[in-house]
Ligand binder design. Structure first.
Ligand code: PLP
Length: 231
């Protein structure tokens, strides 16, 4: 039996310890619990243990859970971290507080349009960067970040908060570090230009250490909180 309560305690301690080691302020690192494929009881269990930020990848699945949780808990924050399908943008704009995976001007414009139809505050967005330049991965090339950022800043219903990436696993430790470091440099550059930028969404269950070392301000953790998903 996995214990979500114990897992949350452990992950919080881990974040504090790694932060201390790298001279980071652990209070500046948010923990988003990735609840994809997990049921409403698991999410409720996490909420009972003071976890209020959740990440979901699949729109339809997420909406079912968000609708139920909203009835009893208004202070949860929902982060969309999956790849964006054009026909789901309207629902993302309606149900989510954050979208981590914006990678096209067209997507940004549609998000803006649909958010405008709802009397909500702007949706927080991150630009997804394909930092490892993998052919199969989503996200833009790092050289295109500033171009897309400029376009997003013109859209009143979007609030540009920063960058998101899923670096590929690299056998060589130095090469791996270089990817994280490069992303961090781009994040700091963007932060200098735009005062709304404060978020680097980087780090999953298996790379918390490197993510914190290289400036992550938001960890997306699934397995270490809810257990493995292939069951
Ligand atoms: C599933 C997922 C996570 C969580 O991964 P774990 O390895 O289970 O912690 C984080 N980010 C994204 C984009 C994901 O799809």
């Amino acid at each position: 039996m996995i214990s979500i309560q114990k897992n949350l305690q452990t992950i919080r301690k881990t974040i504090i310890n790694i932060s201390k080691y790298y001279h980071r302020d652990y209070k500046k690192i948010k923990l988003v619990a990735v609840s994809k494929t997990k049921n409403i009881f698991d999410i409720q269990n996490a909420i009972n243990n003071k976890q209020y930020l959740f990440g979901e990848n699949y729109v339809q699945e997420a909406i079912k859970k968000i609708e139920i949780i909203k009835k009893t808990n208004k202070n949860c924050e929902w982060h969309f971290i999956g790849s964006i399908q054009k026909n789901k943008i309207k629902l993302i704009a309606k149900y989510f507080d954050w979208c981590h995976t914006v990678n096209k001007i067209n997507t940004a414009e549609l998000l803006n349009k649909h958010r405008s139809n709802i009397s909500f505050s702007p949706i927080n967005v991150l630009i997804q960067v394909n930092i490892s330049e993998e052919k199969t991965k989503f996200g833009i090339k790092k050289e295109e970040i500033f171009y897309l950022a400029k376009a997003i800043k013109k859209l009143p219903q979007l609030c540009l908060r920063g960058l998101m990436a899923i670096p590929a696993k690299n056998e060589n430790y130095e090469d791996q570090c270089l990817l994280y470091q490069t992303l961090n440099i781009y994040f700091l550059k963007l932060k200098k230009i735009y005062n709304t930028v404060d978020t680097l969404s980087l780090g999953m269950s298996k790379d918390i250490n490197l993510a914190i070392k290289y400036g992550s301000t938001l960890l997306r953790i699934g397995t270490s909180i809810f257990g493995s998903r292939n069951n």
